[in-house]
Design a protein around this ligand. Structure first.
Ligand SMILES: [Zn+2]
Length: 410
């Protein structure tokens, strides 16, 4: 058994729930925020610091590790967890979002969450790359990439993505998918969805084949299928149904990812459509999303796992989460502020350093600056999800949500 999921409590009349995911490397209390370690490291932190900040699980990026150091090399280092000296659960994404970043979204400023939907970003001629620099081409069978590192050309099929993820060896891995922009037209969304569904089945077949060849149960991995479908209700629901029903030799996916690049206003409806259909007894991961308001929305609508680069990416740029919203620590108002980032925050950064010192480190471009800011930001987000979990267990989710968001958005 590669993964076990138990629901401990449900949120009244809603999709939300509290649960436990058991993996070969330990238990994840859900809902949980998954800390991102793209290249097999949470940037600027050692694993002890990541653990101390409360992280239960780290997600690395298949595409980046495949290119460098190479998945065979990760395998020789005894897999992702051993390589990075992280003994707790690990995950890898499928590389599908990178296909999107290097293809349709390449140098067009499209990210995981779109604030405004701009029709000029729409790319009608997907297979004609003559007018824009694009590093990925999507075909029916897979995707050809040009490496952003050295210009070498690679071809990734669903089977190849699963083989790579088996070499990397994370506890939870994802089916290969195509992440589309919400700006794509319905015809393209439907075509991409067909491909994602076909690739999902092939991913599961390859995964089961590789699992059968394993002798050691300790190395057993769980595979999550990914639901796509853009902003269209019919396609999203169709995808949720299709992905949850895919069966190979009597086996189905161990859990589900909800993928896509979202327009902010669409996110909660898309999540709700999907989670009303996905089987309740399996975990669900909202891919690449993790701002505080999105966490409440997702959890209320039945999401168990989130991941997002923002706590560390923002931290490295000096943007820090607080209960009263984000602050930019380099601002002059913090130069002589000897209070901690947050007075009642028990994290390493807040218990040892002042705003004034962290402001100085950022202004001086010291490496410790990013480390201290990332520690607090990870603590803040990871623990926000833990507090939401506790609020569901204590039957005061709504009160906690309303109080938190009122203070955060003030
Ligand atoms: Zn703190």
């Amino acid at each position: 058994m590669s993964l076990d999921f138990k629901i401990e409590k449900r949120l009244n009349n809603r999709l939300g729930r509290v649960g436990l995911i058991t993996t070969p490397h330990g238990v994840i209390e859900t809902p949980a925020f998954v800390t991102v370690g793209t290249k097999g490291t949470v940037k600027s932190l050692n694993p002890e610091q990541v653990k101390e900040a409360g992280a239960q699980v780290v997600l690395a990026n298949t595409y980046h590790l495949y290119l460098q150091p190479g998945d065979e090399s990760v395998k020789k280092m005894c897999g992702l967890g051993q390589m990075m000296n992280w003994s707790l659960p690990t995950m890898t994404d499928s590389g599908g979002f990178q296909v999107f970043s290097l293809g349709a979204a390449y140098k067009k400023g499209i990210s995981k969450v779109l604030q405004i939907t701009d029709p000029s970003l729409l790319i009608p001629e997907r297979f004609d790359d003559s007018d824009a620099p694009r590093l990925a081409k999507i075909g029916q069978d897979g995707v050809s990439f040009t490496s952003h590192l050295d210009g070498s050309v690679h071809y990734i099929t669903p089977e190849k993505s699963i083989q790579i993820q088996h070499n990397i060896g994370a506890d939870i891995i994802f089916a290969f998918d195509e992440c589309t922009s919400p700006n794509e037209d319905l015809k393209y969304q439907a075509e991409a969805l067909e491909r994602t569904h076909n690739w999902a089945k092939r991913s599961l077949e390859e995964h089961l084949k590789l699992e059968k060849e394993k002798k050691n149960q300790e190395n057993s991995q769980a595979l999550f299928g990914i639901v796509q479908g853009g902003r269209d209700e019919i396609l999203r629901k169709k995808s949720a149904k299709f992905i949850s029903e895919i069966e190979v030799d009597g086996k189905t996916f161990d859990g589900f990812g909800i993928g896509g690049s979202f327009a902010k206003e669409d996110m909660s409806t898309a999540v709700k459509w999907v989670n009303e259909i996905l089987p309740a007894e399996k975990p669900r991961h909202l891919l690449g999303i993790g701002e505080p308001e999105d966490l409440f929305m997702g959890i209320e609508n039945g999401v168990d796992l989130f991941d997002c680069v923002l706590p560390t990416r923002l931290g490295r740029n000096g943007t820090i989460y607080t209960k009263s919203g984000k602050i930019h620590i380099m601002n002059s108002e913090f130069r002589d502020d000897i209070s901690p980032i947050e007075k009642d925050c028990p994290c390493y950064t807040c218990t040892h350093y002042s705003r004034s010192y962290i402001c100085h480190l950022f202004r001086g471009k010291e490496m410790l600056a990013g480390t201290l800011a990332s520690i607090h930001n990870i603590y803040f987000i990871v623990n926000l999800v833990k507090k939401i979990r506790q609020s569901i267990l204590a039957d005061n989710f709504e009160e906690f949500r309303d109080n938190f968001l009122k203070e955060y958005n003030k």
